[in-house]
Every structure is written in C-alpha cells, then in structure tokens.
Design a protein around this ligand. Structure first.
Ligand code: MIC
Ligand code: SF4
Length: 644
C-alpha cells in the first residue's frame, strides 16, 4: 500500500510507536522555533532542565510579536531572549527581522524535516513539505533538550485541488473555503494533506497562507508536496541545495478526500467572531469599512504586497478608512523597496507598520467603537483586536485593498481594475545580518543572562491531590479560545510574570473570575472550569493552562477540547475531563460545589471518574482518555516536575 506524505515524514522521525492513526507516537524534531510571546516562558523551563546546548539540528528564537515595547517589560524579555540564545546555541532573529513563520519559510524550513514551534501557526512550514506542529512552550523546551514529542498519530485527510484560481481570487479564498467545509471544530487529530493538479500554480508563500490557517480548523498540521514550486522558491532564497522532492505515492490511502475546484472559487470572508463564519464578499452588501489591516503570518508575502501596491498605485486611500500595512519580514520589505513598491504605498496614504505581528494580536490598531475592520490575518476572535465592539472580517489582500480604496466591502472583481499575476522574483534580495548566530559567541558558558524585574520563575505546580474539592468557578459556552482565557494585546507584556498575568484570566468574558478563583484557592478549595465544545481553540499559549493552574484550577470539564490546549493542561497538571452525557452540561451551574473523590487513585489505576455535584445532590461520569505517559504527568503535577 502506498504512503501519504505525512506517513513518509513521520515514519522517518518515529522514536516510539507505529503509524497507526489514533495511537500515541513519539517523534523526533529536527528544528524548533519560538516567538518572543511564548519564548520567555519556554526558555525559563528549558533553563530548569539544565541542558547546556540545544540538542536539535536547528533552533531559532524570534522577536516578532511584541516589538512595540510600551514600558520596560518587552525590552527586558528581548534582552533575556538574546542572552539565552547566545548561551544555549540558538539562532536569534532580532526585532524587525520579521514574523517567525515568514522568516522560517524563507531562511530555515527544509522539505522532509520536522519542526515544532511554540506558536499555533507553526504548520505554515508545511508549505515546504515539512511536518510542522504547534505546541506549548514546555513541549518545545523538551524538544530543545532532545526529548521526543508525544502526539496521537494523525488521520490524513486529502484536499485535492483542481482547476486554477481566477483573477482576483487568491490563496486566502482557498483556505476560507476549507474553513467553510471543515469549520473550526471537530478536526482534532487530523492532518490536511494537499494534492492535485491545482497545486502547480500555487507558490510556496500561497501554500503558506493555506497551511497557516489550517490551524483555525484545529488540525494537527497541514502539508504540501515538495515539488518544482518548492525548488523554485528555495532557489530564489539561494538555498536550492535544501530541496528534495517529496510526493505522496499514487496509491496512498486517505481517511477522506475532499475536492476543491479552484476555478469555481470566489472572494470570501470570515465574519465576526470566528474564522469559520464564511460568506461571499458579494453578499456583504457593500457595508462601510473604517479600517483595513494588511499583514500577519497569513497574508503579507511579496506577492500579496505587490498585488496590493499595484491596486493602490496612483490612488489615495478612501477618506473614511485607515489602511495599515505590515510586511511579513524584513526580506519582503527590502524587496518591495528595491522594486519601487514602497513609494506606491506611501503615495497612497497607507501607513507602513513594522514587520511584526502587531495588529494581528491586538498590539495597536484597535478599530473604532462598532468599527468594521477588514484584515488579512487569520483570527477574528471576540475582543482580540482590542475593541470589544469591533467587527473583524478576515479577507484576502485583494479584497482588503478594494475596501481601502472604496471605503466599502466590495468584491475586488467589481473594481474593474486590470489584473496581472505577480511573478515571484528569480532571486530574492537576501540579507541575513539580523540573525545572531551561535558561532558568533566564542564563550557561551560565560554569557550572563539579564533578567528584568518582570521575569519570574518557571511555573511551579503541586502533585495531583487525593481528591478535588471546590466549586465550578466559571461556566462557559462553546468555542472558548485561548484569547478568552488569557487575552494578549497590551497584556502580552506580562507573559513572563505569571502572578500578574493570572489576574486577567477570562477577563473578556468575566472580569471577576480571577479574584473569585484566587479566594477559593486561598481558602484551600479547588477551582473547576466547565465549558462546551472545542475548549481552548486558537493560540498555543501555555499561559492558558499555567495561569489557571496558578489560580488553583485542578480540572476542566468540557464537551470537547482542542489538541494543543488539552496537552498544555496535562503538562501543567490540570485534568481535561469530557462530559460522557451532553445533558449534564445543561444542568450544571456556576458556583455548584464539586467533589471528584479518589481522583489520584483513578488516574493511577484506571476506573470511572465520578464527579459529585454537591449543590444539586447528583453525580455524573466523565471521560478522560489518557496514555501511561499522561497519567504520570498528571500525578506528578506536570511535565516540568517530572523532567526535574
Ligand atoms: C496568536 O496568533 O494567537 C499567537 C499570539 O501567535 C499565539 C502565540 C501566543 O499566544 O503568544 C499562537 O498562535 O500560538
Ligand atoms: Fe503573529 Fe498573528 Fe501570526 Fe500569531 S497569527 S504568529 S500573532 S501574525
């Protein structure tokens, strides 16, 4: 029987287990990446492991999320990250060099390799034919220490692309179509593997847009073949020697195959507040738009930004619109400048932002009250933009530029502009001088790590208690994202200060949660979170587990969990429990007294998990599928306790 691309790459990296979908496997990771936002915590934990040099082929630390540096905290984090990189053999990509996923595609990704990153959009690397997976910082720290990563062996879904995109329809519209088909829930444990003749016209950055937003479906990763397009991209990056061909076997077997005919696609949008609320742009009825943001790891490639520059050339942004543009990397910016496009942007009145995540994670550019903001990024979760009443629509660069020019939500095909496909340059202007490389530090052991006052200790957790006794500290609905649990934006600067950051847990949905939970904890009572479907969507931030742990949360009972978050909960000793009967969710209330007796014994020896609702005088069963390894982690109170 033939093999899928996923199976071929995974098999070459197996440390334990076999390629049997659903079974736990342990994988060796060749490469790691961290952004600054999750990196500090990842490296604090790496330091606690006492491993002098990273044990990967390549580890890169990017300063890319919060480069605004309001207050001293981010600058202190960045100084810490620089010292850590020098001491432990990690490449540092300095602030201003670009967003990790763009830069990694350009300079480091290699077909056939494995990459684990402390950012949920790490699967962008799948555009180069890699198995690239997002995880919590602790799992990435373990990978840097040479430990394998454990994961359920994925089911492989083939997405077969036929036909060819029509003018003004682009890669973003493909992935929005995928989101319409698969939605943001129910895809845990799957990989999207792309194939079909439609691929021949999609360049690596366009594939990157698609792989990037597979994350919004909740899949483990997305992967493309490594083909002639891949070779051309690596050649343009002056690293053709990194190319090798990887294709699925013609008789490979997939769990499911979905066909998308590119010729039939039209410009699409994801409406507020979820990336799966898909509609055709023409259905939006030309509603007025106040803000357009072009950038992020999804859509700010050279091709994206040349397309937009050509649309703007000789015109001025509509008087009611603020247009901001943030190129994905310094390389993209340098190439745009060299080819004369920056002048077109500036002449049009576009506001050039730094090559960083910025607006995408609510660091600046919050839209006005009730404002409509069209963005080329990947997440429009409630409140993420920094304006609770903001309405964020996700669109392609073409649709974004059309709105910037007209002040309305308009299909770019209706502008009547001439269309010319942007060609990828034969060679990009490559400039690697914003990387600090390990070989530039002659005596790593002598490097002093600078720790600003905001940088705390690695998280401490207690072993699992004999029983959980406390209350339902909060009851939530479906699709609670990690942006609800631990909001980012202006609070990103507290990522290295858990006691401080914990004070904001669930702030977008319930400002009183942290205080309530803290009181329970101080009174020796445990906190339990109750939630609906797909709990923990979105970011890989392990803070969404660490901060609740700090507040004394011992279990989350939900109707279902997303992969990275559920792994993070276990990593920090919080038990993810699933209602065995969906009706119980309806009956349980916030404030109910809860007891989970003998939980230590059940986790250790197996058996039914019975939860007693002391307020309502009933009890119910929960499911908790755990591997041996996960049981050990939970009993120890988390992975760091074990590794130490
Ligand atoms: C995001 O897009 O939400 C982030 C910010 O990149 C996160 C990482 C973080 O929370 O720091 C992610 O996607 O994992
Ligand atoms: Fe940065 Fe946004 Fe991409 Fe997250 S999704 S890595 S915040 S650009």
């Amino acid at each position: 029987m033939g093999k899928t691309i996923t199976e071929k790459i995974i098999e070459r990296h197996l440390v334990a287990g076999r390629f049997i979908p659903g079974a736990e496997i342990a994988l060796r990771f060749d490469q790691t990446l961290t952004p600054d936002s999750t990196g500090t915590m990842a490296y604090l934990q790496f330091e606690a492991m006492n491993v002098p040099r990273v044990r990967t082929e390549l580890s890169v630390s990017y300063i890319d999320h919060n480069t605004l540096q309001m207050g001293y905290e981010n600058a202190d984090d960045h100084a810490y990250l620089t010292g850590i990189a020098r001491k432990h053999g990690i490449i540092l990509s300095r602030a201003g060099n670009g967003i990790c996923h763009h830069v990694h595609l350009e300079r480091f990704g290699k077909p056939g390799k494995t990459l684990i990153g402390a950012d949920s959009h790490t699967p962008t690397g799948g555009a180069l034919g890699m198995i690239a997976i997002g995880a919590g910082g602790l799992d990435v720290a373990l990978a840097m220490a040479g430990e394998p990563f454990h994961i359920a062996c994925p089911q492989v879904i083939r997405i077969n692309l036929t036909g060819r995109l029509r003018p003004w329809v682009s890669a973003k519209d493909i992935i929005l179509k995928v989101l319409e088909i698969f939605t943001t829930k129910g895809n845990v444990g799957c990989v999207f593997e792309y194939g079909g003749e439609g691929l021949a016209t999609l360049t690596v950055p366009e594939r990157g847009t698609i792989a990037n937003m597979g994350t919004e479906c909740g899949v483990t990763t997305s992967v493309f073949p490594s083909d002639e397009m891949t070779r051309l991209f690596l050649r343009a990056q002056r690293r053709e020697e990194d190319w090798c061909e990887i294709q699925a076997d013609p008789d490979a077997v997939y769990q499911r195959t979905v066909e998308i005919n590119l010729s039939e696609l039209v410009p699409l949008t994801a409406k507020p507040h979820s990336p799966d609320q898909i509609a055709a742009v023409r259905e939006m009825g030309g509603i007025p738009v106040q803000q357009v943001c072009i950038g992020s790891c999804t859509n700010s490639s050279y091709k994206d930004l040349v397309t937009v520059a050509r649309m703007l050339k000789g015109k001025v942004v509509h008087p009611d619109v603020s247009l901001v543009v943030a190129p994905g990397s310094r390389q993209i910016l340098l190439n745009l400048e060299q080819d004369g496009y920056i002048a077109d942007y500036l002449a049009s009145g576009a506001r050039l932002m730094e090559t960083a995540c910025g607006f995408c994670v609510g660091i600046g550019q919050s839209p006005p009250t009730n404002g409509v903001s069209l963005r080329t990024s990947n997440r429009n979760f409630f409140g993420r933009s920094g304006t609770q009443t903001g309405n964020i629509y996700l669109v392609s660069p073409e649709t974004a530029a059309a709105a910037a020019l007209t002040g309305r939500f308009i299909d770019p095909r209706d502008l009547g502009l001439p269309y010319a496909e942007v060609e990828t340059p034969e060679f990009f202007h490559v400039d690697d001088r914003m990387f600090l490389r390990p070989e530039e530090t002659p005596d790593p052991a002598a490097v002093e790590i600078v720790r600003g006052p905001n940088i705390g200790l690695p998280p401490q957790s207690d072993p699992l208690p004999e029983a959980i006794r406390g209350e339902v500290a909060i009851k939530l609905g479906d699709k609670i994202t990690t942006d609800h649990i631990t909001p980012a934006g202006e609070l990103l600067k507290y990522r290295s200060n858990i006691p401080r950051y914990a004070g904001f847990v669930f702030r977008p949905v319930d400002e009183t949660f942290a205080e309530r939970a803290q009181k329970n904890r101080d009174a020796g009572r445990h906190n339990v979170i109750v939630a609906g479907l797909s709990y923990g969507q979105g970011s890989s931030r392990e803070h969404a587990a660490i901060c609740p742990m700090f507040l004394g949360v011992k279990a989350v009972i939900a109707r279902s969990f997303e992969r990275i978050h559920s792994a993070n909960l276990i990593n920090f000793g919080i038990i993810p429990l699933v209602f065995s009967d969906a009706d119980v969710y309806e009956r349980i209330a916030q404030g109910d007294g809860i007891e989970i007796p003998s939980i230590r014994k059940v986790i250790l020896g197996g058996g039914k998990i019975v939860v007693r609702n002391l307020t309502q005088g009933n009890q119910f069963e929960c499911l908790c599928e755990l591997t041996e390894r996960q049981r050990t982690l939970l009993l120890a109170g988390g992975a760091l306790n074990l590794k130490k």
